[in-house]
Write a protein that binds this ligand. Structure first.
Ligand code: ZN
Length: 240
């Protein structure tokens, strides 16, 4: 083997070592695909208090945090047919984010992308850490009394930061799209709203304890309508 042969042999050997190491996870090429994708969020980071690198914002884009209520050990409400609220909120949130990504003005993020538990204050912290323009928390309502309660309620907490206006826009679009009973826009100090440093809204889309609301909200068509309504409301809010 001549000198060039030895060099070629060494380079090949080096290549094989690198391939083996990278398969073994000892070498990673590039960063983790988390914040950059605009879809997945590094959900473990806020919970552990680690520094989350703030991704650079594309010019003029509105950064929207969509928060699927509940998750993991916290299932949320139980629906009339025994399904869990956390399943509904995640499915709807993913549809909202998928639609927002189709609009170049928005840069959407989810507080969770799977069935995992996240503290309420960590959900609003995600919005603060990312210097978001809005936080929208999605929920399904529940009523255990004898009356047959149904309809949409939309909540805000902070005054003067646009939260109320965003709640009104989201509520109006949901009522028009879903044709559920209008239970109004309400001010309430829900923790996820109270701890938010950015305009924040919590939408109780419908009552999972009401058979009609429930079957609509767990249907693909119903979730598509609700997601479309929320996106149209955000488009209207940020046009003003
Ligand atoms: Zn809820």
């Amino acid at each position: 083997m001549g000198r060039s042969g030895k060099v070629a042999y060494f380079i090949t050997f080096l290549g094989i070592v690198i391939v083996l190491l990278s398969f073994g996870g000892l070498i990673t090429f590039g960063g983790e695909d988390t914040l950059g994708s605009g879809h997945r969020f590094l959900s473990s980071a806020p919970a552990t208090g680690e520094e989350v690198p703030v991704p650079s914002r594309s010019d003029g884009k509105y950064r929207i945090i969509i928060d699927p209520g509940h998750g993991g050990k916290d299932p949320g409400a139980s629906s009339v047919s025994g399904r869990e609220e956390k399943e509904f909120t995640l499915a709807l949130a993913q549809k909202v984010v998928d639609l927002l990504r189709q609009d170049s003005r928005f840069e959407p993020y989810l507080t969770r992308t799977s069935d995992e538990f996240i503290e309420l204050e960590d959900r609003s912290k995600v919005a603060s850490d990312l210097h978001a323009d809005a936080l929208v928390s999605l929920h399904g309502n529940t009523y255990e009394g004898p009356e047959n309660v149904s309809g949409t309620e939309t909540y805000y907490y902070a005054e003067g930061d646009g939260s109320r206006e965003l709640a009104e826009d989201i509520h109006q679009h949901l009522i028009e799209a879903l044709d559920f009973r209008d239970r109004g826009v309400r001010q309430e100090d829900w923790k996820v709203l109270r701890t938010s440093e950015v305009p924040a809204v919590l939408a109780e889309i419908g009552f999972l304890t009401n058979a009609e609301n429930e079957s609509f909200l767990y249907s693909e068509a119903g979730q598509d309508k609700a997601a479309q309504a929320i996106v149209e409301a955000l488009e209207e809010y940020f046009r003003k």
